[in-house]
Design a binder for this molecule. Structure first.
Ligand code: FA5
Length: 342
């Protein structure tokens, strides 16, 4: 038996005994690798007499090709078998079993915000968006609150390391940009997240939502303001709510008011949600200060307007009877998933 025949026989014995695809690679290296048996056979070519060299080379090449194709075939066969075994051993599933779909739900603030947007849109107000990072000019100076004005102390916030930039303390920060965008006459509401550096309690958060509204036109008066506030509240609560209007100071309105609603958690008796006063500060408002109109490029001799800054998070507390404002940012699905989508 020639050396090539011996190698072929040995290969056939070995390949027939292989049962795992990984072992095929080891066999390939043993026979076809750089130091494998076939390569070893080829290196013997130099010892073969010249007249036999051609035939010897041909035989080695045939052997090499046979081994290569046998290896490829074996590998394919074994991989197929292994895949079938995995599929057959996998746990069977029953397509007909019933399954539960866990539907998400809207956050209560989203629900109240959408409700308000619908109400104001029906009264001809545009819905606007504004960034959470603002500059000092928009948050304060354009609102008639110059540097070092004591009113800044009421809204301590988070300043960014980038010069002049801060997290907006109130949605009023968007007033100037929106006046410049639309000019007068103008009706717009702009909800947004606000940030203040304050200690939290049942009715104060450091991150909360407001919805600002402005209406600017010829001859707008306090009567228009009161009408819109009343309509908004009766639409949101779908019932009569006790409200009170008292003077309030904000440098960007003149005159300014605080609109409070009777606490719906305790019915006016006094509880932690209303700081035991029976009333909840909900929506400061007033007639836009002429300086603010001027900053917004609107002539205060020709136009007047009102503005309000509704506490959206507090409104959601009242609407859904949520006693502690901290629930909103808690991420507690147990509490937050109770509010059903519209
Ligand atoms: C303002 O932010 C004024 N920009 C509102 C305004 C707009 C006045 C337009 C006049 C004209 P104030 O700081 O009071 O005002 O906040 C407005 C409302 O936001 C409050 O009535 C309250 O409902 C809500 N609010 C304020 N601070 C917090 C807080 N820490 N947590 C939850 N809600 C708050």
């Amino acid at each position: 038996m020639s050396k090539a025949e011996e190698i072929k026989k040995l290969f056939e014995e070995k390949i027939n005994s292989i049962t795992a695809s990984e072992a095929v690679e080891e066999l390939r290296i043993e026979f076809l690798g750089k130091k494998g048996l076939v390569s070893g056979l080829m290196s013997e070519l130099k010892n073969v007499p010249n007249e036999e060299k051609k035939e010897f080379g041909r035989l080695v090449n045939v052997l090499k090709q046979e081994i290569e194709s046998a290896i490829a075939q074996k590998k394919e066969e074994l991989i197929k078998k292994e895949e079938e075994a995995i599929i057959n051993s996998a746990e069977q599933y029953d397509e007909s079993l019933p399954y539960e779909i866990n539907m998400g739900s809207y956050h209560p603030i989203t629900l109240v915000q959408r409700d308000l947007e619908r109400i104001f849109a029906s009264m001809g107000f545009a819905i606007e968006d504004y960034s959470e990072i603002v500059d000092d000019y928009h948050c304060f100076e354009a609102l008639n609150i110059p540097k070092h004005h004591p009113a800044r102390d009421m809204q301590d916030t988070y300043y960014l390391s980038t010069e002049n930039q801060l997290l907006k303390t109130h949605t009023s920060a968007a007033q100037n940009a929106i006046m410049k965008k639309y000019g007068a006459p103008l009706r717009a509401v702009f909800p947004g997240r606000c940030f203040r550096n304050e200690s939290t309690d049942a009715c104060h958060e450091n991150t909360f939502f407001q919805m600002e509204g402005i209406m600017i036109d010829k001859d707008i008066s306090i009567s228009n303001l009161i009408y819109f506030m009343k309509t908004m509240l009766s639409e949101v609560f779908q019932k009569d709510i006790n409200v009170r209007l008292r003077p309030g100071f904000f440098p960007f309105v003149e005159p300014g008011f605080e609109l409070d609603i009777e606490c719906l958690i305790c019915g006016g008796e006094g509880c932690p949600s209303c700081k035991n006063s029976g009333w909840l500060e909900l929506c400061p408002c007033g007639m836009i200060h002429p300086n603010v109109l001027k900053h917004g490029g609107i002539d205060p001799e020709e136009y007047t307007g009102f503005a309000f800054g509704l506490g959206l998070t507090r409104l959601a507390m009242m609407k859904y009877g949520i006693k502690d404002i901290r629930v909103f940012n808690s991420g507690s699905l147990k509490a937050l998933s109770q509010f059903k989508n519209e």
